[in-house]
Design a protein. Structure first.
Length: 278
């Protein structure tokens, strides 16, 4: 694979939509780490992880369809739609053997991409996710609530799942900022991705994952709690499981230093040719 170079071009047309992305160049002999955002966020959630890993690895972050500055496209979506988008982005950037780091639905997208194109994946970092997230009834209720009253109607409930009470304190200016991030996402994109999560079940595919995999969860995650992520780690052969203290569903926001250190510790034996241990 050719070296991934930084570029000021932030948009690319793939799979019939425009995707917003960022490239941070790094050592050509290191695998590219690709960051996949969660439902109701954009790639800015990874900012404090990107700055810690910059210079050590080439990095790519992007807004999945229906989020951030990427096109909404035709909703509702399937996980395969999101997977197709990421395949198109990686092919456009000439990236192979990437480390996919996905949060929540981003982890579903990472699992789905590996199932279809294992040649594009060297390792997986699955953050606060599972092969199947929630129940169809839960997602149908979420979709109905947003259709009836908008995203802001559910925001406070979602924030309790996303963030710890400490993060949600009144003097933390980051908290209203991330709440704003959620409520400003396109409603059609949010609903479309809810449908994709509702319909996704990658349990069989997860059991066939054959690349080094790190499963990470915040100890106070209210959306995919530690027992859910642990069950996924036990399903994936030789997966490593780590719990991040003082974090909810989005450790890259609440505990970026700890998450970055876990990613580095996980990848160091991989890039140095040493054997991974679960």
């Amino acid at each position: 694979m050719a070296a991934l170079e930084e570029t000021f071009v932030q948009f690319v047309r793939v799979n019939g939509i425009t995707l917003h992305h960022q490239i941070i160049g790094g050592p050509a002999h290191r695998p590219v780490i690709v960051f996949i955002n969660s439902l109701g966020t954009d790639y800015r959630i990874w900012r404090d992880v990107l700055v810690r890993l910059a210079g050590d690895y080439p990095l790519v972050a992007y807004d999945k369809r229906g989020h951030g500055l990427s096109d909404v496209g035709a909703a509702p979506y399937s996980i395969d739609d999101h997977v197709d988008d990421l395949i198109g982005l990686l092919e456009h950037l000439n990236v192979t053997q990437a480390v996919l780091c996905g949060l929540s639905v981003g982890g579903l997208i990472a699992q789905g991409l590996y199932a279809r194109r294992p040649d594009l994946v060297r390792a997986l970092v699955l953050c606060d996710t599972a092969p199947k997230i929630g129940s169809p009834e839960m997602w149908d209720a979420r979709i109905a609530a947003v259709k009836a009253n908008g995203i802001e109607h559910i925001a406070d409930m979602v924030m309790e799942r996303w963030f710890t009470p400490h993060f949600r304190r009144s003097d933390n200016l980051d908290y209203p900022g991330y709440r704003n991030m959620m409520i400003r996402q396109p409603a059609d994109g949010y609903i479309g991705t809810c449908a994709a999560i509702r319909d996704a079940d990658l349990t069989e595919e997860a059991a066939r994952i054959a690349v080094p995999t790190l499963c990470v969860v915040g100890d106070q995650d209210g959306a995919t709690p530690p027992d859910v992520v642990l069950a996924m780690a036990r399903l994936i052969p030789d997966a490593r499981y780590e719990v991040i203290s003082g974090a909810g569903h989005i450790p890259c926001v609440e505990q970026p230093e700890m998450l970055s250190a876990m990613i580095t510790a996980f990848l160091t034996p991989l890039v140095s040719g040493e054997k991974q241990h679960g």
